[in-house]
Design a protein around this ligand. Structure first.
Ligand code: ZN
Length: 294
């Protein structure tokens, strides 16, 4: 079980006051080029779950549609042993799909280090990271020590095989940071996916050299804390994702999400920052490619 369309963060932990003064002046939503995605090359979706059963009836159509919209690459993220295998199968059968292997904290009871290590050993060059791994005390806080043990085991595997790490963190900010600090200086790149923490916390991550990725929840009307982070982070420290089929961005809320909606996430953040979407996408895509080394 992975996140079920809920905000993947701790809404009670904003950690800073959100005031109008902290946000850039509001601008009209950027629609330039909205129907011309093909021309604007190189946007990628760094986190989605295309193996999800929500795509069972039309997966190949969805995939064709993603690349027809001008998306260059997508990373299909594993969340347990089975879904990591499904992500690998999708990556093996589609040129522009890459994958990760990992066991999400919600599934920590099913973790088997030997199985995961064998999957990494037998992987192809389409494997780009270990993830999503981490801690989730929103869904379960009765098994913290098991979650921590599984998280640390997978961090060690990522370091052993020199693979970047994709982190899931929900209502577990303190423990996650404490664990990551134990590994500092970090031997492999790390990204906090679906970043929903505070500005203050993002600065702690930056000090460790950790990147963040933003998804559809940054576009939500009540997500002022995430918007403040997205407005303030250095340009070289973040990139974009959809977390499809969850987290559909405005104006697609309520619909099944698809990686092609990463355009909406990127355009929203560009607008927040008062820069052109083309310019921002060029930078964030370089960030993601550098991070995942492809
Ligand atoms: Zn995910």
């Amino acid at each position: 079980m992975i996140i079920k369309g809920e905000q993947n963060g701790d809404p009670t932990r904003t950690g800073f006051a959100v005031g109008k003064a902290n946000l850039p002046p509001k601008r009209e939503v950027c629609t330039r080029g909205a129907n011309d995605n093909k021309r604007r090359a190189n946007l990628l979706d760094s986190h989605c779950h295309l193996y999800n059963s929500q795509y069972d009836t039309d997966r190949e159509e969805v995939i064709s549609d993603i690349f027809a919209s001008g998306i260059e690459k997508v990373i299909c993220v594993g969340a347990d042993i089975e879904s990591s295998k499904s992500a690998r199968d999708l990556a093996e059968s589609h040129d522009s799909i890459y994958y990760t292997i990992g066991v999400h904290p919600d599934d920590c009871d099913s973790y088997d280090e030997n199985v995961i290590e064998n999957m990494i050993r037998e992987s192809s060059n389409k494997l780009v990271a270990i993830g999503e791994i981490g801690l989730d005390y929103f869904h379960n806080k009765d098994n913290k020590s098991k979650q921590i043990e599984v998280f640390i085991s997978q961090i060690n595997l990522a370091i052993k095989y020199k693979l970047p790490i994709v982190i899931h963190c929900r209502e577990a900010y303190g423990d996650t940071l404490d664990i990551l600090k134990r590994f500092a200086p970090l031997a492999v790149p790390i990204v906090f996916h679906c970043y929903s923490g505070s500005l203050e916390y993002s600065r702690e991550l930056l000090r460790l050299g950790i990147k963040m990725s933003f998804t559809g929840n940054v576009t939500f009307k009540n997500a002022k804390n995430i918007q403040e982070v997205a407005s303030n982070l250095p340009l070289d420290s973040f990139f974009f994702e959809t977390d499809s089929p969850y987290m559909s961005p405005v104006p697609h809320r309520g619909e099944r999400n698809t990686p092609k909606y990463v355009w909406d996430v990127a355009r929203f953040v560009a607008d927040l920052r008062g820069i052109s979407a083309d310019e921002l996408i060029k930078i964030t895509d370089e960030n993601a490619k550098h991070f995942f080394k492809f």
